[in-house]
Design a protein around this ligand. Structure first.
Ligand code: PMP
Length: 306
């Protein structure tokens, strides 16, 4: 099976989707991206793409921030993606990576007077973090980048050096994930995940002004918690020390799904086991992303024609 990508306006073998070493985005981080999951449903022999339209709407916003002209509407991007993924023919979970980038082969740091391009490819992709037993996190010595440095609400490639520094530091110190604090010391998010804490019968998650990426999984969980379990989410700043005394904690993200956090900075979260609210949200979320819940089927795009 040849993997295919969408590159320079058409679907081509992935091996032919090559760029020059002069490409602007490679040097200056001038690109925006998305991560979309395709979840395999074995019973139906179907691959479901989760909330793809929302991902492409966010890509448009990211592009606006760094002045990338996307020649395709979010709806057109969805059509291109389904066609490309279908041609790949995967019968397993996949990750889809759209990238809009400053493609001029020119030296000179700026955003203006440059060409823009778009490509998208897909790779097989299982679990990113351990979703069953919970993960160990540390608060990072690296602080989350501020909106007036690089806007964190945009999924901008250059910004991810901040995430990479934090993730590798955490990994090298024996943790699975880092929790980044804002410049003024509030909890922001993980290197590639939003964070929720559970206190009593409510969820608390950092607000957009604490330099988070407004996650689509975050939005999914806020909606499911409220509509299916009557659990409200409060969006407010969280102190670092609050993390040490909460009942439960979990992270959300397209790659991470809903990942329970069972230890932070060598302190057990709750009793150190995956908590009941995290578990029930995770269970429902997995059912929905695999297209197994008819109420939320509109969030899932089927790739294969039957
Ligand atoms: N924060 C960051 C920094 C991320 O990279 C991601 C992954 N896209 C998220 C949060 C979670 O966003 P989503 O749920 O839309 O994948």
């Amino acid at each position: 099976m040849v993997p295919y990508a969408f590159f320079k306006g058409k679907i081509v073998p992935l091996a032919d989707a090559k760029i020059s070493i002069l490409t602007h985005a490679l040097h200056y981080g001038t690109a925006c991206f998305e991560g979309i999951r395709g979840n395999w449903n074995d019973e139906e022999q179907q691959l479901y793409l989760f909330r793809m339209l929302e991902h492409y709407q966010r890509l448009h916003k990211s592009c606006k921030i760094i002045k990338i002209d996307l020649p395709y509407s979010p709806e057109e991007l969805c059509r291109i993606t389904v066609e490309m993924v279908e041609k790949n023919g995967y019968k397993e979970d996949v990750y889809i990576r759209p990238l809009a980038y400053k493609s001029s082969e020119q030296v000179g740091v700026r955003l203006h007077n440059l060409e823009d391009s778009f490509c998208v490819f897909t790779v097989p992709f299982g679990n990113y973090l351990d979703v069953t037993k919970g993960i160990k996190c540390c608060t990072s010595t690296w602080r989350r980048i501020d909106d007036n440095v690089i806007p964190a609400r945009g999924k901008i490639t250059g910004l991810y050096v901040n995430s990479a520094l934090a993730k590798t530091e955490a990994f090298e110190n024996g943790y699975e994930e880092a929790i980044l604090l804002t410049q003024d010391g509030h909890v922001s998010e993980g290197s590639g995940e939003n964070i929720f804490i559970v206190s009593g019968n409510k969820l608390i998650t950092p607000p957009v002004y604490d330099n988070i990426l407004q996650g689509i999984t975050r939005d999914t969980i806020i909606n499911l918690a409220r509509d299916e379990f009557g659990i409200e989410t409060v969006e407010r700043s969280i102190d670092r020390s609050e993390l040490y005394i909460v009942d439960e904690c979990f992270m959300t993200g397209t790659a991470a799904h809903v990942t329970p956090v069972t230890e932070i900075d060598h302190r057990k979260v709750g009793d150190g086991e995956v908590g009941p609210i995290s578990s029930k949200l995770q269970e429902l979320y997995f059912e929905i992303v695999r297209g197994k819940n008819s109420k939320y089927k509109s969030w899932c795009t089927a790739v294969y024609k039957k």
